[in-house]
Ligand binder design. Structure first.
Ligand SMILES: [Mn+2]
Length: 351
């Protein structure tokens, strides 16, 4: 057993542990399954991509990246395509075939991955505080690192392996997107890690990922979002109804939060029998993750950090519209109570 990692640790301290672990177990870790959370975001994808590269280059460990759900958001699809990230939809037999599983940007107990509940993971690398101690051989959870891929990037830098441009670009974008362009990077080592990988990045590719061409369905959803938006004090809410991809819900909440009269934005969207939720806030003292966990029936259905929270729960397929609406409005009124909005105010059309 190694010593616990100190409270004032940097991402490099976690990265050292990762390198030691890979070194010590290099003969037994192949083949490794690398599992990001469902509907992986840029941070999860780049952490997986970086871990795969590090394991292969430095330790000769072979691995496969597989995820639940789909990659929906346009930026994320552009990222996977342009940077040729070898991420595959999870196959039913993957958990049988792979004895070694590394979870990145998620944990065995989280509901946002299909990892079998009773099983012990090989490795957990994450930035989200644990609800319970993860069942894993090695746990690297650094809630202050801004993005999970910061730990992986640090490991690559420490191991002094050459970082190819497409990996460096993925890591840079992963850090940017999880920290709101470094706005939420509270530790100097996070910014330093970003600058180190940026140095190796393909700036043209990065710009193309950040401003991808958007489909018609994107604008259809955007217009519905704006039309349906209601506002009460500084809370703006929009129920999007059926969405093509669940990431759209988070993206619309982010859009709404840029409204100068809003400091909280909440969106819902219906996708394959589940209601997907996204909460965003610009209040520096807020805990969006806690707020969202408080308003859903089971706290396990939601998660997040200070400024960002998301979740989903099953409503059911072929359920009547009224049932969906009822769920949406229940969440909305619980949110009003939870944020202690004045009783003398009411929701009005936002635009
Ligand atoms: Mn993350």
């Amino acid at each position: 057993m190694s010593d616990p990692i100190a409270n004032n640790a940097t991402a490099a301290d976690f990265a050292k542990r990762l390198l030691e672990f890979l070194e010590r177990n290099r003969d037994t870790l192949s083949p490794l399954l690398i599992l990001p959370h469902d509907f992986p975001d840029p941070d999860a994808l780049s952490a997986a991509f970086g871990l795969q590269y590090l394991a292969q280059q430095r330790f000769g460990i072979e691995s496969r990246i597989a995820f639940g759900g789909v990659i929906g958001r346009v930026e994320n699809r552009a990222m996977v395509k342009l940077l040729r990230i070898p991420a595959h939809p999870l196959h039913k037999t993957d958990f049988k075939r792979y004895k070694q599983v590394a979870l990145v940007d998620t944990q065995p107990a989280f509901r946002n991955n299909p990892f079998p509940r009773q099983r012990r993971a090989t490795l957990v690398i994450d930035q989200h505080a644990s609800l319970e101690p993860p069942n894993a051989e090695l746990t690297l959870v650094d809630p202050g690192c801004g993005a999970t891929c910061v730990i992986v990037a640090q490991a690559l830098l420490l191991a002094a392996v050459e970082i190819p441009a497409r990996l460096a670009t993925a890591l840079a974008y992963g850090i940017l997107s999880d920290t709101l362009d470094l706005y939420r990077a509270t530790r100097p080592d996070v910014v330093e890690t970003y600058l180190s990988v940026l140095h190796h990045s393909d700036m043209r590719a990065l710009a193309r990922i950040q401003n991808p061409p958007r489909s018609r369905s994107y604008f259809v959803t955007l217009s519905r979002c704006v039309r349906e938006a209601v506002m009460r004090q500084r809370l703006i809410v929009s129920h999007l109804g059926a969405v093509k991809v669940p990431e759209m819900v988070a993206q619309m909440a982010e859009h709404l939060l840029t409204y100068d009269r809003a400091s909280w934005a909440f969106c819902t969207g219906r996708y394959k029998g589940r209601l997907h939720l996204s909460l965003r806030t610009s209040r520096p003292d807020a805990q969006a993750g806690e707020v969202l966990r408080d308003i859903v029936d089971s706290p396990k259905n939601a998660g997040g950090h200070r400024a960002i929270a998301g979740g989903s729960f099953l409503v059911g397929t072929n359920k009547p519209d009224e049932l969906w609406q009822q769920q949406e409005l229940t969440l909305q009124s619980r949110l009003v109570k939870r944020l202690r909005l004045s009783r003398r105010t009411e929701f009005r059309k936002a635009f």
